[in-house]
Design a protein around this ligand. Structure first.
Ligand code: LIP
Length: 271
């Protein structure tokens, strides 16, 4: 039986060390180091070296765990536990010296998420939670907002790299929401944006075509703060990042209705 409290404390240290690496590299980062994995999907040595640092520590902390990592440093097989690692979430923000960008480390077993740690480097904000406890920001317990009226909701949108398949849906979503919610924001880092809902700074987030590493850690932090994550049908098929609605729980059903009005454009996409 693993000790979730001890593991979470250890992972917090790993996230902070990786975050310090990101900030150090940001201080002298050169755009010449940027590569493209596909159109507008950027990566650099910073993502890769951060992931190598994180994986090396996690292997020591829990040798019986596999990995799902954004940059493919390590893999999963049939281990009882699995780490979900985004070594630099908000890469495009990072390479342009923008915020937010963060480290995201989650752990799951065959039943679901066990713990999550997200460190947003530019504001020195460490979010964490495990399945048996509260959600925290820098040591303070956090809770989702009480906003229950969509017209007042502050909503984050994510625009994935696959503009061709996501674009028609994204445009319909903006047309349906813009002017009908409290505000719309596009911050470019799913992991920490999910934590912002947990902290009551936002009330909902909508995105598709992201990775399990983008959403794993944030989803349990949000859950332990009283929030909810589903796919676009209100079901639990979101863990691969393909369709993800994250909310404070109180505007969830209203946003599922909005998504269902727009999703024809998405359901016709081949992904
Ligand atoms: C990013 C996500 C963001 C999404 C971007 C990208 P990355 O992750 O956090 O929500 O809109 O397309 O996937 O690539 O910075 O780790």
């Amino acid at each position: 039986m693993i000790d979730l409290e001890l593991l979470t404390e250890q992972v917090k240290g790993v996230a902070k060390e990786a975050g310090a690496f990101l900030l150090a590299e940001r201080s002298h980062f050169n755009m010449d180091a940027v590569e493209s994995k596909r159109a507008h999907d950027y990566v650099s040595y910073v993502d890769k070296q951060s992931e190598q640092l994180i994986v090396a520590h996690l292997r020591e902390i829990l040798p019986s765990a596999g990995f799902i990592t954004e940059e493919g440093t390590a893999m999963k097989h049939d281990e009882p536990y699995c780490w979900l690692v985004d070594p630099l979430d908000g890469t495009t923000n990072f390479i342009h010296n923008n915020a937010p960008f963060c480290v995201s480390i989650g752990l799951c077993d065959h039943e679901g998420m066990l713990l999550g740690v997200v460190y947003e480097c530019t504001r020195d904000e460490l979010f964490w939670a495990h399945r048996d406890g509260a959600a925290y920001l820098n040591g303070e317990v956090i809770h989702v907002s009480d906003v229950s009226d969509l017209d007042s909701a502050f909503v984050e949108l994510g625009f994935p790299y696959d503009a061709e398949n996501y674009g028609p849906f994204a445009i319909q979503l903006v047309q349906r929401l813009y002017g009908n919610v409290g505000g719309l924001r596009l911050l470019g880092a799913a992991a920490v944006e999910t934590c912002y809902i947990a902290a009551g700074r936002f009330d909902a987030r909508i995105e598709a075509f992201i990775g399990p590493w983008d959403i794993g850690a944030g989803s349990i932090i949000l859950q332990q703060a009283g929030g909810r994550t589903t796919d676009f049908d209100g079901e639990q098929n979101w863990k691969d990042g393909s369709r993800v609605l994250s909310t404070n729980g109180k505007v969830h059903q209203q946003l599922l209705s909005v998504i269902s009005e727009c999703r024809g454009a998405l359901d016709n996409s081949p992904v």
